[in-house]
Design a binder for this molecule. Structure first.
Ligand code: PLP
Length: 440
């Protein structure tokens, strides 16, 4: 039987031994133990070689530190707890409870039927980019025109895709990225994947990430400040003045500001000025602005977002997208042109009402920073209960209510995240149970 070139073993299997390789050298050595002898023997014959090689192969030794360093146990524990419940009152979900509006679905179906199923250009289809650049130019005065425009914009596979590409394009090993504590779970991981160092800026108890708080965390290694307003998990909305100050600080220190504004549409009336939500892009020109379609149109599975910013950075990010995601989903890109004309204000008003219900009920039993946007609240577990948030969440789960412990988003375990993106009756029932649990 002919031997396939790939059958040739290239390295002996590694078997840890407790004997030091060199006298005085502490640690594990790799020696010619049983596994290696099987490997050596197999080199002279063909019989069962691949069996012995595979038998000695330790798959977990092959997995990168990049992957194993990620601890997903916190969020997995929540999923495991949830899986035990038959029909939980689920206040843990990070997506709207309404469905994608019909015209958007139809546009995606039409695109598929029209054969728009292949790759698109990496930066995204021209008509969607044109609509989005016009919106950003009109709203913030950014410049996308001419042969060497100051700004550029490209379509990403969700804001998550944009975040990873930004980190890959900007971070060199050891560069620091300042993020709020608490913040969206993905941030610290994309930073680490790019070999950066997340620096947590404590924002308790009011959850406001301000220029003053950020400035205290800046070192000579700070490359990026990543902000998120309205915030996941707190729902806090920065004022325009706060955002302007952060923009000025980053500009003066030569630090790139990334503004994740994925929940911008869910900015409630009291935080809008002339109907407009505060944005870092109003003052900032040298910033990366990230927005998405996932939350606004309830299309989290369609994987659609976009990034606008300095053309030189967008060009690098687009290059990296070419060799990773390639492009955002083609039919979803086509449908998002239609989405831009769909009015979501009734949904937002309904969520504002749910927010009011949450604030009214929870404020009676605990400390709660009033959320001004998104669809989350981040209440404190009352001190009087004398238990960490993780324990409180387990108690809530035992009463059939699913919420997420603050430790998933934070270095602290004192609060929990409640998503009110659910039916009013379900929300009300969940609040009844939580309020009872929080009343000692
Ligand atoms: N940014 C924040 C603050 C989020 O909460 C989420 C999703 O929960 C994302 C980004 C990711 O969104 P996308 O679905 O666009 O990747």
């Amino acid at each position: 039987m002919a031997r396939h070139p790939h059958d040739t073993p290239t390295k002996p299997p590694q078997t840890p031994s407790k004997t030091p390789l060199f006298p005085g050298c502490v640690g594990v050595r790799w020696d010619a133990g049983d596994a290696a002898r099987r490997w050596l023997g197999s080199c002279s014959g063909q019989v069962a070689r691949s069996f012995t090689y595979n038998a000695a192969m330790n798959i977990s030794d092959l997995i990168s530190r990049r992957a194993t360093d990620i601890d997903a146990s916190g969020i997995r524990r929540v999923f495991d707890l949830g899986a035990q419940l038959k029909s939980p009152i689920n206040l843990s979900i990070g997506q709207p409870d309404f469905d994608v509006p019909e015209p958007i679905k139809q546009a995606a179906i039409d695109a598929i039927r029209a054969g728009r199923n292949g790759y698109t250009v990496t930066q995204g289809i021209a008509d969607l980019r044109a609509r989005l650049t016009k919106t950003v130019a009109d709203e913030f005065g950014w410049d996308f025109e001419g042969p060497n425009p100051e700004h550029s914009l490209f379509i990403t596979s969700g804001v998550s895709g944009g975040l990873l590409l930004a980190m890959l394009a900007l971070i060199d090993p050891g560069d620091e990225v300042i993020i709020a504590d608490p913040c969206f779970v993905l941030y610290q991981h994309v930073i680490r994947m790019a070999e950066g160092r997340p620096v947590f800026c404590d924002t308790y108890p009011d959850f406001r990430l301000t220029a003053e708080r950020i400035e205290a965390m800046i070192t000579e290694r700070t490359k990026i400040v990543l902000i998120n307003s309205p915030s996941n998990p707190t729902g806090v909305v920065n004022t325009q003045a706060e955002l302007d100050q952060i923009v000025e600080l980053c500009q003066s220190k030569g630090i790139m500001l990334i503004s994740d504004e994925i929940y911008d549409v869910f900015t409630y009336a009291e935080h809008r000025v002339n109907g407009t939500a505060p944005s870092a892009a109003a003052k900032g020109r040298n910033i990366l602005l990230m927005k998405g379609f996932s939350k606004t149109y309830a299309m989290t599975g369609w994987r659609m977002g976009y990034v606008a910013g300095p053309a030189a950075i967008i060009n690098e990010m687009t290059k990296l997208q070419q060799y990773t995601y390639v492009c955002a989903p083609s039919m979803a890109q086509a449908a998002c042109v239609t989405a831009l004309d769909v009015d979501m204000s009734d949904f937002v008003t309904a969520y504002q009402r749910k927010r009011d219900m949450v604030v009214q009920r929870l404020s009676e039993v605990t400390e709660l920073v009033v959320p001004g946007g998104a669809f989350y609240a981040f209440p404190k577990v009352p001190d009087a209960l004398g238990c960490p948030a993780g324990r409180f969440v387990e108690d809530a789960v035992s009463k059939n209510v699913l919420i997420i412990p603050g430790s998933v988003f934070s270095q602290r375990d004192t609060h929990f995240r409640l998503s009110y993106a659910t039916d009013d009756a379900v929300l009300s029932k969940g609040l009844d149970i939580l309020c009872k649990l929080m009343t000692p």
